[in-house]
Design a protein around this ligand. Structure first.
Ligand SMILES: C[S@@+](CC[C@H](N)C(=O)[O-])C[C@H]1O[C@@H](n2cnc3c(N)ncnc32)[C@H](O)[C@@H]1O
Length: 279
């Protein structure tokens, strides 16, 4: 089943959280000269045109990146993310929005390598076009869960893995955690970022339980819910599990979350930040 297209959702509030964290993690990785490996299990198209029919149909970016891109009050922790988006939109207000490969491309250096997995026949084509002049990037139209495991540990012993499935199937919830547990057994010092939507609370609780029962240590969980949980269909919030986060990330998120609530949220909006599993 491959009906999910990220073009409908590019730049929404969930992307703001995911991509600001990804930017902070990658920014941190580049502080050391030694190269690292970036692995994106579910890459999407790489870059999105916000004027196209997909983004315009949902308009989700309007309550996401559009609300903060030109805001002078944005906290310093959002600077790596917001300056990247601004640099892509020099001639207009907001024309394009990067997917996770677009974010990564802005941070990686000559000494770093990137591995991108994507299954959708149209999005893999867009991804290949987007990556044309990017050196040391390896793109595969194959299953990202398997792909991640085949690449670990990276030769540099420094790595960031983003796992960002579409969750069209319920199996994605346990499968994503299982992949990290297996990956961690091969490479316990890597940083892993796992994105999830808040649609059914019990599925997220199962993910947390699966982490807690595993050997994985040092897991930070952040969640931003625009609305309260509901039994109705649809995403009301979003979250990330981050294994081995950079040491400043908690403090940075403590700045970002109230700002997001203020700019994107309402009285029903809430957020949580907790160390799910200690170091
Ligand atoms: C949530 S989107 C990714 C968004 C992207 N990571 C970003 O942040 O911009 C999920 C993507 O995974 C792709 N996909 C679905 N199943 C996959 C699999 N098993 N392996 C690799 N890609 C997959 C979908 O086609 C979709 O483009």
């Amino acid at each position: 089943m491959l009906s999910y297209r990220h073009a409908f959702h590019a730049g929404n509030f969930a992307d703001v959280l995911k991509h600001s964290v990804l930017s902070l993690v990658l920014d941190y990785m580049t502080r050391k000269e030694k190269g690292f490996c970036y692995i994106d299990s579910h890459s999407g198209a790489g870059m999105y045109q916000l004027a196209d029919e997909y983004a315009q149909k949902t308009g989700e970016y309007k309550n996401g990146i559009a609300k903060i891109i030109n805001d002078d009050e944005a906290p310093e922790s959002l600077e790596p993310y917001l300056s990247l988006i601004s640099s892509l939109n020099l001639n207009s207000e907001l024309d394009v929005y990067p997917g996770s490969p677009g974010i990564a491309k802005a941070f990686v250096r000559r000494q770093d390598s990137s591995h991108l997995f994507e299954l959708h026949p149209t999005d893999i084509q867009h991804l290949q076009d987007f990556c044309q002049r990017w050196r040391k990037v390896f793109i595969k139209q194959s299953d990202g869960y398997q792909g991640v495991l085949g690449l670990l540990p990276p030769p540099s012993r420094r790595g960031v893995v983003l796992i960002d499935p579409p969750y069209e199937l319920k199996e994605d919830y346990p499968k994503a955690v299982k992949t990290i547990v297996k990956a961690y057994a091969k490479f316990s010092t890597g940083t892993y970022i796992l994105w999830y939507p808040v649609v059914k609370r019990e599925l997220i609780e199962q993910m947390s339980d699966n982490f807690s029962k595993s050997t994985v240590k040092n897991v930070l969980q952040v969640e931003f819910c625009l609305e309260s949980d509901t039994d109705e269909y649809g995403m009301t919030g979003t979250g990330l599990f981050i294994v081995n986060p950079p040491w400043q990330l908690t403090a940075q998120l403590e700045e970002i979350l109230p700002y997001m609530k203020n700019k994107l949220g309402s009285n029903d909006t809430s957020f949580t930040l907790k160390q799910l599993i200690a170091e």
